[in-house]
Design a protein around this ligand. Structure first.
Ligand SMILES: [Zn+2]
Ligand SMILES: [Zn+2]
Length: 200
């Protein structure tokens, strides 16, 4: 199947697709500059909605950081008698402590909510760090797996291509108009390769 240069043929959609576009079997469509299928959003993160995904991560991170700060008192109460087996087990496995009758339902609830906030903050921090890194490198998750970044325009160029002309305002609210410079179909190839790939 011959198409335009850089285009691929999607046998599911039976059409040619532009570079960085790939098929999602959950969305049953080819998605422009597809990053990944988000199970929480129930749709793909791609060319047009990447800024909403990033802002969602940022706002979740800020909310969870606030929740952890609010729960510092809970940790201080649990650890008021020092790091004992009881306090450590209550923090690490509150369910087991509840089922075994070691703590009251009220103590369990406080420990479980505080734990959930900390675990959530760690997970969201990792996702946010990873995707900000991808944004600055001008990569999608798929391209990161293959160690390719042929479309990188430099950190500020990548910010503009990912978030639009007003990339610095998008972090406050993704609804602020910020037109993307490209059309999601044509991408300028700069030929940057990871050192490991370039050396092959
Ligand atoms: Zn397709
Ligand atoms: Zn999808």
């Amino acid at each position: 199947m011959r198409g335009r240069k850089g285009h691929r043929y999607c046998y599911t959609c039976e059409s040619h697709t532009p570079p960085r576009c790939s098929h999602c079997y959950d969305c049953r469509a080819c998605v422009l500059r597809r990053d990944h299928h988000c199970v929480f959003f129930g749709q793909c993160v791609g060319f047009l909605n990447y800024r909403y995904f990033l802002c969602c991560l940022l706002f979740m991170w800020a909310g969870l950081l606030y929740a952890v700060v609010m729960n510092v008192e809970v940790f201080m109460v649990i650890l008021k008698e020092g790091v004992t087996p009881h306090s450590v087990l209550l923090l690490l496995v509150p369910w087991i402590m509840l089922v075994s009758g070691q703590v009251s339902p009220r103590a369990f609830a406080f420990a479980f909510i505080a734990d959930t906030c900390v675990v959530g903050l760690l997970l969201v921090s990792a996702f946010l760090f990873f995707h900000v890194l991808l944004l600055l490198r001008g990569q999608t998750t798929r391209e990161w797996y293959s160690s390719r970044r042929p479309y990188s325009q430099g950190p500020f160029g990548n910010l503009r291509h990912g978030l639009g002309a007003r990339w610095f305002l998008c972090w406050l609210c993704p609804l602020i108009p910020s037109p993307l410079p490209g059309d999601g179909i044509h991408f300028q190839v700069t030929g940057l390769l990871e050192p490991a790939v370039a050396a092959r």
